[in-house]
Design a protein around this ligand. Structure first.
Ligand code: SF4
Length: 504
């Protein structure tokens, strides 16, 4: 037993990086609660400590200075731990997979280091470190158990991530994923659908299918159309209102997926399609096997089948060897594709990736200048696209934790079918009371900003949902002292959608 009944120990998981890590952290929390630990609540009555008994870092290795940040954070905890007998620190995720026992060499006060393939071992490693009084480092080279079979503490009552695969078979030269998350492993469709059905039975009405490259889903069991079949099968799940997915890969994006999106009513008209660069030469250097024409062709076919689709993307500027002409090609694609949002990155060397050693690294001042010009164009286009929605009536799923200024503006926030963020006036005179997170409201858009919409004016319709009921149950029940079911939601405040893409 990891935490005694008399003295339950507390835990906190600090998450960095992409949605994969966010979802892995839901599993780490589930595992720790199953082992008897309680979530740390800084504001709880009688709480004297500033951090939990167990602090878990779920790290990301994507940024150049990710290691400095990790070791800086660990350094801050060293004196805290020295004064607190029994406190334990664990480091998992991509940095742990990459740095392995270097972590305990650089930070000998760390108790456990675990990798991306063995998150299920965390409670046992914490126990072993405590009993043996020495650091435990366990890194596996490949997955032992598919993570979705582990207990999961879902952060939201109404929306959930569901993994379809882990790992990636591509070899993009800027990406660390293949070396840290390994080859793609696909879950069987029946297992995925069973997880979704269980979530829907608990009150979830929106799911996001998650994989580094969802279009490659099925490669392991030899079905190239497995992803479109999965989308269609989601359409048959009663009570499932919204299905999203991230991220597809342009190289493997096939028309059967576009058809399935267009013909399956609960698959939402939103698509995150990573461009990375508009220059075919740079794409070749990145070892991404599509070219500009193919990317624009996909966008054109998506627009023809789903005229209202919001298409978002990821773009890297300043990849080694990128010239001003190459950069102009990226701007050209941005103008033609008319993205409704873009995660934009300045290329930075990611240790362990092939691109980090390429010649012709672009001067930082030039990278910054291109980045600023790109952001300006992206903002101009996203704003124009958002303005087209002013006057349109939209049904929103009410969200929690997505409107930082909601309290001062007397608004609530929600997500449109195409995933746009809408802040709407808390005027419920025309409907039967206030909505709860997970309920649906109909509003008219009155104003557009580059990154969100505003709907001031009375809410026109309110549809109370099972998700709203589930949210209400969660928030009215006292926190459970222990225990989460396999893949089942549990107590917790839904986190805002993370703003980092899966496939970087
Ligand atoms: S960028 Fe995406 S597709 Fe490319 S290797 Fe990384 S995870 Fe795979």
């Amino acid at each position: 037993m990891s935490a005694t009944a008399e003295q339950p120990r507390t835990y906190e998981v600090r998450t960095y990086g992409c949605q994969m890590n966010v979802h892995d952290s839901e599993r780490l929390s589930g595992l720790l609660e199953d082992a008897g630990y309680l979530p740390f609540d800084k504001d709880a009555e009688g709480q004297q400590a500033d951090c939990a008994d167990i602090v878990v870092f779920n790290t990301c290795a994507v940024r150049e200075n990710a290691d400095n940040r990790l070791y800086g954070n660990l350094g801050h905890l060293a004196p805290v731990k020295a004064k607190r007998p029994g406190m334990q620190i664990a480091v998992g995720g991509c940095m742990a997979q990459k740095d392995r026992d270097t972590v305990v060499k650089k930070a000998p006060w760390v108790d456990v280091v675990f990798g991306t393939h063995n998150i299920g071992s965390l409670p046992a490693l914490l126990d072993r470190a405590r009993v043996q009084q020495e650091a435990q480092v366990e890194i596996l080279e490949s997955l032992d158990v598919f993570p979705s079979t582990l207990p999961t503490k879902r952060e939201s009552a109404y929306a959930a991530w569901v993994s379809v695969s882990v790992g990636c078979n591509n070899t993009c030269t800027f990406c660390i994923v293949p070396s840290l998350r390994g080859k793609e492993k696909d879950r069987r469709p029946g297992e995925i659908l069973a997880e979704i059905e269980a979530l829907v039975a608990e009150g979830v009405s929106e799911i996001t299918l998650l994989g580094q490259n969802v279009n490659a889903y099925g490669v392991e069991f030899g079905d190239r159309q497995a992803f479109s079949k999965l989308l269609r099968a989601c359409g048959d799940i009663e009570g499932l209102e919204r299905v999203r997915f991230t991220s597809p890969h342009p190289a493997e994006f096939t028309d059967d997926v576009i058809e399935a999106m267009a013909e399956t009513p609960n698959v939402m008209p939103s698509l995150h399609m990573p461009l990375q660069s508009g220059s075919s030469k740079v794409l070749k250097d990145m070892r991404r096997s599509y070219r500009q024409e193919k990317f624009l062709g996909i966008i054109e076919r998506v627009r023809a089948a789903l005229p209202d689709a919001a298409i978002t993307t990821d773009i890297i500027v300043g990849f080694p060897g990128e010239t001003e002409e190459d950069f102009q090609e990226t701007l050209k694609v941005v103008r033609e594709a008319r993205f409704s949002g873009a995660f934009t990155f300045q290329y930075s060397k990611r240790p362990g990736t092939p691109a980090a050693t390429l010649p012709d690294q672009v001067d930082q001042a030039e990278v910054t200048d291109r980045y600023n010009r790109l952001v300006e164009l992206v903002n101009e286009i996203t704003w124009e696209e958002n303005k087209r929605l002013v006057g349109r009536e939209l049904e929103l799923m009410v969200a929690e934790g997505e409107g930082r200024k909601d309290a001062e503006t007397h608004r609530l926030s929600g997500r449109a079918p195409d995933n746009r963020l809408v802040h709407f006036e808390a005027d419920f005179a025309a409907v039967d009371g206030a909505p709860r997170p997970g309920d649906m409201v109909t509003v008219e858009v009155t104003y557009a900003a580059p990154h969100h919409l505003v709907a001031d004016g009375p809410v026109r319709a309110l549809r109370r949902t099972r998700s709203g009921d589930a949210w209400e149950r969660r928030t009215s029940e006292p926190p459970a002292p222990k225990g989460v079911g396999l893949g089942m939601p549990s107590i917790g405040v839904p986190a805002p959608l993370p703003d980092a893409p899966v496939c970087g």
